[in-house]
Ligand binder design. Structure first.
Ligand SMILES: [Fe+2]
Length: 135
């Protein structure tokens, strides 16, 4: 389970609130996995999570550009890489079926990725916001 705390703060209210929602969805995926929800529920959750992540990434990338954040390109590359990995997991899960093993693999990947990503890349936005007004 992931809990949002100040170590995830980017200094941008909307991004932080989207991260909090993402953490909630990821925790929900874990709960659904433990209670063995039917495959249709996972199909919906995985698509929802991908759509949410895509629109969040878009917003965050435009923010980093606006504040001339030095991590902007690294952030875009990381997002692209995440979506490619996510897609390959989705294909694998569809092929293998929505088993608790396949969902668990994806859940572990997402959870580890987002914790590391937000703390190492997204939070680089904070000093940029603090030192530069938006253009
Ligand atoms: Fe990001």
């Amino acid at each position: 389970m992931i809990t949002w705390d100040e170590s995830f703060s980017t200094g941008e209210e909307k991004i932080d609130s989207q991260h909090k929602s993402l953490f909630q969805f990821i925790n929900q995926l874990h709960d659904d996995m433990m209670t063995e929800k039917p495959p249709s529920a996972f199909e919906y959750s995985l698509k929802f999570l991908a759509d949410y992540a895509k629109s969040h990434f878009c917003y965050e990338e435009s923010c980093m550009d606006r504040y001339h954040c030095p991590a902007a390109q690294r952030n875009k590359d990381a997002h692209k890489e995440f979506l490619e990995f996510y897609k390959s997991y989705e294909i694998k899960i569809k092929k293998e079926g929505f088993t608790s093993k396949s969902i668990a693999e994806l859940h572990v990947f997402i959870e580890n990725w987002i914790v590391r990503h937000v703390r190492t890349i997204d939070t680089q936005l904070k000093p940029c916001i603090q030192s530069l007004p938006p253009t």
